[in-house]
Design a protein around this ligand. Structure first.
Ligand code: M6R
Length: 608
């Protein structure tokens, strides 16, 4: 995800900012830039690619000045090139921004009508234009910022320079982290603590809705009405590595806890505040242009498990037949592809070789391709006719966690968008589902609150050498995914099975004390799953049930239960996988494994 660093003091701003940006490199980015103020002029250097590209430019043209802002960009709007790299400058103002301005198109159009010319495709650039407009009226950067924040919708961490006010930097935050660092005669800004640690350990975590003004020897914080607020300075004693993981022991654990935030970011800009529709114009265009008769959902690993859930969503809402396959099989089995078959591929990295080959061969056969990817401008995203970017942010742990949640969310939105576009769902039903979508992050947090109990269970079962996960319907793919999570990081043999399949073979593996993790649905297959639980209990299994909080009868029979807040059936997979990601994590961690980089695995599998 993007990184911000800012400085005001007596030292070379560009040097400190560059150093800070290198400490945020672990978060992933595709371009970078720095702006400084010197003698009432703005100096900017930006480069596509990694910081070494920026460095070689800075070596040729050093940026003078003791005040500046810098940014590493992980593209969301517009390609990852120099033109779209931050900082964005217009008139007097220069801006760096993390987050997404949801109504930027509407604001951009209004500015274009007033003859504003834009030099990038980003949502951020409009902020520099708006600051200029407001400043002309208010003659105060602070008031201008207050006013523009009333007009923008979305998430932001912002740092802003005005070349006529060289002794201050303005910052603001809403749903995107921003930290201020206090020094002696100098102050610092960063999106994440690691960038500050070599310079100061005294930090102020800005809160949503707050604006701050930094001068070399003063920091002032205001609420969104412009009133001064008292802030607390915290002393940070984390090591640099701890800080990168925000205090979590592993990236995987941090990323599991980022699930609710990733979900919110994925939803951003796709559903209006009145929950009346789904704004996936790209997708509607694809299905209008090539009305499909059949869908192939193709992916690998965790993304394949998301595809299995996607089949339920698409068949239920879009009422179209769906065939799901793993890319490494699909590519060799001569599937029937033509302009009436829509290929939907799912890939977090967008670089998985097997999936990419499927995309290329579908295009050769004139089949339209829609991709669900997390990494912007990845190879698969570039090849596809349309893309749904999940915006989960970079995922560093090899085991996919938060990105799986956002893939499920993407598939649900695509299915509902299709149903709505073709009047296959009533407006009321759509609204009910979309309203529940907005509630889901809080429900995810409730599941995460059980982390300690889940850890205890994991430690209790960590020495078992076999785990069986059972699910039905929408929860069968979750059983597969839970088993994959456990296998890939704990190296314990685990299998996911459809509950009804137990009697056709796997039940023979059940012995005294075999741990069986049952995903208990809240829909019509509840009774069936209860019977499956009885079957394994009768053979000595110890059952750990993931079930609805209102479930009573299973609690007596099972060794333990993990409760999931009540939600619509179709959202149950998104809540049910979270405790199982934590379960796998704690077993692997307790075994002392390299959780973030498990043996024999790579984050992006770019070879066949
Ligand atoms: O980047 P992709 O989604 O295409 O990756 C697919 C699989 O390689 C990936 O999901 C893999 O199974 C993960 N290690 C699962 O945690």
């Amino acid at each position: 995800m993007c990184g911000i660093v800012g400085y005001i003091g007596k030292q070379s701003a560009a040097d400190i900012i560059f150093d800070g940006l290198t400490r945020l490199e672990y978060r992933g980015y595709d371009s970078a830039g720095i702006a400084t103020l010197h003698q009432n002029k703005t100096e900017i250097c930006r480069a596509e690619g990694k910081l070494k590209q920026l460095k070689s430019k800075l070596q040729k043209n050093a940026l003078p000045g003791n005040v500046g802002i810098g940014h590493t960009r992980w593209a969301t709007h517009g390609k990852p090139n120099e033109q779209n790299a931050h900082p964005h400058h217009y008139g007097l103002f220069t801006v760096v921004h993390n987050g997404i301005i949801e109504n930027y198109l509407e604001l951009k159009e209004a500015l274009q009508k007033k003859k504003h010319v834009f030099s990038s495709d980003t949502d951020t650039e409009i902020l520099a234009h708006l600051m200029n407009e407001e400043f002309q009226q208010t003659k105060s950067s602070f008031k201008a910022l207050q006013n523009i924040l009333k007009r923008v919708r979305g998430s932001y961490a912002l740092a802003i320079l005005n070349e006529k006010e060289t002794q201050q930097v303005l910052v603001a935050r809403n749903q995107s982290p921003l930290v201020l660092g206090e020094g002696l005669g100098e102050n610092f800004i960063a999106s994440d603590v690691p960038a500050l640690l070599p310079y100061t350990r005294e930090v102020i975590f800005l809160k949503d809705g707050e604006i701050a003004v930094l001068q070399p020897d003063k920091i002032e914080v205001f609420n969104n009405e412009g009133h001064t607020v008292n802030f607390e300075t915290k002393h940070i004693d984390w090591s640099l590595t701890q800080a990168e993981k925000e205090g979590y022991k592993h990236f995987m654990l941090k990323e599991i806890f980022e699930g609710p935030r990733a979900f919110i970011d994925t939803l951003r800009g796709k559903v209006p505040a009145d929950h009346s529709e789904i704004l996936l114009e790209d997708f509607k265009k694809t299905i209008d242009q090539y009305p499909p008769e059949l869908i192939y959902l193709v992916a690998c690993g965790t993304s394949y498990h998301a595809a299995l859930v996607g089949k339920f969503y698409l068949e239920k809402w879009a009422r179209i037949p769906v065939v799901v396959d793993v890319a490494s099989e699909f590519r060799y089995r001569k599937p029937i592809l033509n302009s009436k078959t829509l290929l939907i591929v799912i890939s977090q990295s967008g670089e998985t070789a097997d999936t990419l080959t499927v995309v290329k061969s579908a295009k050769l056969q004139k089949a339209p391709v829609y991709a669900i990817c997390n990494v912007l401008e990845s190879s698969i995203a570039r090849e596809a006719n349309g893309v749904f970017y999940t915006h989960a942010g970079p995922e560093i742990g090899v085991a996919a966690t938060k990105t799986f949640l956002t893939q499920l969310q993407a598939l649900l939105l695509v299915s509902l968008c299709w149903a709505d576009h073709q009047n296959k769902i009533s407006k009321e039903a759509l609204k009910t589902i979309l309203q529940e979508t907005a509630e889901l992050p809080q429900k995810m947090e409730l599941v995460l609150k059980q982390a300690e109990e889940i850890k205890k269970l994991a430690l209790h079962y960590m020495n078992s050498n076999l785990f069986l996960f059972i699910g039905r319907g929408l929860l069968y793919p979750i059983a597969l995914e839970a088993a994959l999570k456990l296998k890939e990081i704990s190296y314990i043999f685990a299998e996911g099975y459809a509950g009804g399949e137990l009697k056709h073979g796997p039940i023979a593996m059940i012995d005294q004390g075999t741990p069986v993790i049952a995903l208990v649905p809240q829909d019509e297959s509840y009774e069936k799953m209860s019977s499956n639980i009885q079957e394994v209990l009768a053979r000595g299994a110890e059952v750990l049930a993931i079930c609805n909080e209102q479930e009573k009868s299973l609690k007596q029979k099972c060794k333990a239960v993990i409760e999931i807040p009540k939600t619509l059936d179709l959202f149950y997979p998104l809540l049910a996988i979270i405790p199982l990601q934590l379960f796998a994590y704690h077993i692997a961690n307790e075994k002392g494994h390299d959780v973030d980089q498990p043996r024999n695995l790579a984050k992006s599998v770019t070879v066949e």
